[in-house]
Design a binder for this molecule. Structure first.
Ligand code: FA5
Ligand code: MG
Length: 477
């Protein structure tokens, strides 16, 4: 759908976009990055059982450290359950096969000069994810609506660029970082809240560009495009591609590479010449560098003919058995095409409504049975009230769904959405009653929900420089 295209360009938005929601009306307050949409979409209800501890690069991570009842946390169990799966490290998985093929390209063309990292922990600081790569304080990507926060200073990385600075400081000048990245996002066949990126970074020293007679920036930009066009040819042979100028906070100039796939241009990577400030801060004052970040799923979908991004997560043997180590481009043979089932839901939206929150609710309830959530009607009446109609398409990739099952899911989505909306309304009215600042988070836990009454426990948490502190509890009806 048209809207989803906007979501794939998280970092190519300028910071003032924070003032607008993705559907075009203004609800963010201007200078507070964690504004009202920061209220989590109550991901704590409808919880499914999940494992309680996982191991990541030898480090044990407890569920309760990542999914917490805390106003600064918006990580649901569905996301926690993906941490540590590391699909990109499985040699027989399309993502692992693709990663290894890209490694081969760099090893061959750059005589093994690129250092490779594919086990760096996806839980990173806000500083690593945003500050170190110059993402402005009011940039949309920092909002709770777009990023998963473990606490106010810690996030699930939303791009592999989060590791640029630390690797530069450690002295690496040529490197590739592959990993799982996390974003609150819309739902359709090319977007998933967890996906995989590979970051490439190359530093040049003055003698490299001086000999060419070009300035450092032009030299790096030309080298970057040559490198990535070579990579595209290595992966695809002949494929139609085009360069699009864009904006990233960490590169200038910046570009995106698009590939023509199934009669559409698909954005597969972002790249550019690294901002001097990043090099300067990390001990590379007299150098220039290029960087790229590519979406592995996007490339793998084209290369292996995989029609839906959810399939990458399938444990179904009919999927996993189709791929073998080193075999790039085996065409996926769909083992089923079960019919989709569409359900619509309409509601008046409040100021605090965001599509990402709705998608999180749907994903929390239906998991990978949801194929797409799309806005099919947007209507504003004379009083200025806006209603949205969303079409939710349910389809299993593995079996037929029963009517009863889908009706149950849809009912749960409606109830959860209504409960969240009421919670948010309450949240606003309590804010004004308690004369709280916008930036003071409240947690509201639904105790009971019936047609018109919600009983809530309210916890008020004050955020100071030292992080969240003291809280009072009271019951609101
Ligand atoms: C970035 O994440 C930048 N860090 C890339 C970069 C690195 C630019 C270094 C310059 C220098 P962006 O948000 O556009 O940019 O994402 C990069 C790629 O990830 C996209 O081109 C797309 O292929 C993929 N991608 C983005 N969102 C999703 C999603 N929800 N699902 C699957 N793939 C996605
Ligand atoms: Mg992009």
């Amino acid at each position: 759908m048209a809207l989803s295209l906007v979501h794939s360009t998280l970092f190519s938005k300028t910071s003032q976009l924070l003032l607008h929601t993705k559907i075009g009306f203004s609800h963010f307050s201007s200078s507070i990055p964690f504004s009202t949409s920061a209220l989590p979409s109550n991901p704590k209800t409808w919880r499914r059982p999940v494992i309680s501890v996982l191991e990541l690069g030898g480090v044990k991570i407890a569920r309760d450290d990542v999914v917490r009842d805390d106003p600064t946390n918006n990580v649901p169990d569905t996301i926690f359950s993906k941490l540590g799966l590391q699909l990109h490290r499985r040699d027989q998985h399309p993502l692992g096969i693709l990663k290894n093929t890209i490694y081969d390209y760099f090893d061959t063309n750059y005589s093994n000069k690129f250092d490779k990292f594919d086990e760096l922990c996806p839980i990173v600081s806000v500083k690593q994810n945003f500050d170190d790569v110059l993402v402005p304080a009011d940039h949309v990507s920092r909002s709770y609506n777009d990023t998963y926060y473990v606490d106010s200073q810690t996030v699930l990385r939303c791009h592999t660029s989060a590791h640029q600075a630390e690797l530069l400081r450690k002295g690496h000048t040529h490197f590739l970082v592959t990993g799982d990245v996390y974003r609150r996002d819309s739902i359709d066949s090319t977007h998933y809240p967890v996906f995989h990126q590979m970051e490439g970074f190359r530093v040049f020293s003055p003698d490299e560009w001086e000999a060419s007679g070009m300035d450092g920036t032009s030299f790096a930009a030309e080298d970057l495009k040559k490198c990535l066009e070579g990579l595209a040819t290595h992966l695809f042979g002949a494929v139609e591609m085009r360069w699009v100028d864009t904006y990233f906070p960490f590169t200038n100039p910046s570009f995106e590479l698009e590939i023509y796939f199934k009669e559409k241009w698909l954005e597969v990577l972002g790249c550019g010449v690294t901002e001097q400030e990043i090099l300067k801060r990390n001990g590379k004052l007299n150098n220039v560098a290029w960087a790229f970040g590519l979406g592995l799923e996007r490339l793998a979908m084209v290369l292996f003919d995989i029609p839906d991004i959810r399939l990458f997560w399938s444990d179904d043997e009919r999927f996993t058995s189709q791929f073998s180590k080193g075999q790039l481009g085996t065409k996926f043979k769909p083992f089923s095409r079960y019919p989709p089932c569409y359900k619509d839901m309409s509601f008046w939206i409040s100021e605090s409504f965001t599509e990402n929150n709705l998608c999180e609710v749907v994903r929390g309830i239906a998991g990978d049975l949801v194929e797409e959530v799309s806005l099919i009607d947007n209507f504003t009446n004379k009083k200025g009230m806006t209603s949205h109609c969303y079409r939710i398409s349910y389809r299993s990739m593995e079996r037929s769904l029963t009517d009863e099952e889908i009706n149950d899911l849809q009912m749960s989505v409606r109830e959860q959405h209504a409960a969240n909306s009421s919670l948010r309304r309450l949240y606003y009215s309590m804010r004004s009653k308690l004369l709280l600042q916008e930036s003071t988070p409240l947690t509201l836990d639904a105790y009971g929900y019936s047609a018109a009454i919600i009983t809530c426990r309210c916890k008020i948490t004050k955020l100071s420089d030292d992080g969240p502190s003291s809280s009072d509890s009271c019951i609101f009806v």
